[in-house]
Design a protein. Sequence first.
Length: 449
Amino acid sequence: MGKLFGTDGLRGVAREYPLDNATIELLGSILYFFLADRKIVLELIIGRDTRESGPYLYEALCRGFGQAGGRILDAGILSTPALAYLAKKEGKCAISITASHNPFEDNGIKIFGPDGYKLSEDAEKEIEPYLLGEKAFQRKIQKAPSVDQRSLHEVFRDEYCAHLVKELFRDLDLHGTKVAVDCANGALFEIAPMVLRQLGAEVAAFHIEPNGRNINDHCGSLFPQLLLEEMQENHFDCGFTFDGDGDRCLAADQQTLYDGDFILASAARHLQSRGQLKKNGVVATTMSNLGLEVFLKRHGINLFRVPVGDKYVLERLQKDQLSLGGEQSGHIIFMNDSFIGDGLLTALQLLRIYKNSGTTFAHLCDGFIKFPQILLNIPVRSKPDLSSLPEVQQKMKSIDQELGDAGRMVVRYSGTEMKARVMIEGPDHDHIERMANELGEIIRSKLGS
């Protein structure tokens, strides 16, 4: 990771560096010449989630890119996966203005190349010094905006919906299926209900009234209990909850919530039964539950762990030519159909598995039992190398010895927030909770904000 670009693009508090007006305008100018030097089409598709700062950042990008001589295609409010799809389809770079699951005060910039993939770390390293002020940007700016800011929202929205309904899931008939969706007042508030209804489902959609400030606010994938309550009260067949930019999905039936590990387990068995699980392998991160690994191993499926971050999941999928990977958070990549985590596509994949199974959600992966897991998120004021903190290292070593082969511990910093994350798994909940809290207190005493 660089100094500005984390595991998922550029992110921070809107209107503060590096998301201030001058820096984002500069980014727009840099991107123009970055594309020009590589002979890439000098048009930029820009979409956003529903944060009130989205238009502010959009206008700054337009000024920088447009004054340099580029053309902007305004996609309006659209999910990050939709923008990645459009980048590849149109052969143009695309930007998603979003901070994903973060609160409305934050925002960010995710940049996709004309191949639909996120900007490489090498490209980010090339851009970063100019944004940091370590290098002066001296390319000639025209200062005569040639921006075409016509809204193409409906065109792009309909293209993406047709891709799902008429191409990827044309065999999926949801007539007679009652589905609940929590859209987190985010980028899927319009598209998710629309696609599900086009496929025949009876849909109840909630948190679909974004006001600029209520994105992820006690709703969506960060608060899945709300979906479960809705399921229990209104007796839907199944339900899904998304995050602000639509790349995460969690599921529920009337009894239980299902996270990304359940989705990976269900999808792996489904793909394996159809000979579509390439090399009998699945990619997950260090945070995925040990129970997933045990379940997959029982079915002859290998689990390959990578660091947290969808970029690392994707890298391993590409390197080993595998077909399925994801994160416990619900960010799942189905490489047979897409190249990016897509919350809506994940929901449709689960619905396809559910409809083909002839059983209930709870039985989609019989035998999958999660180990007790404690996860702490500790606000920090800085992120020094954990190896430089002797007391933290001493406690981690002690916990490792206590766990032995019966559990796991992962301690890391968030790639997008000022937080340290402590995860411990083991057979005894109270035991691992005590260990996690003791380690958390030491980290809090040293780094707490």
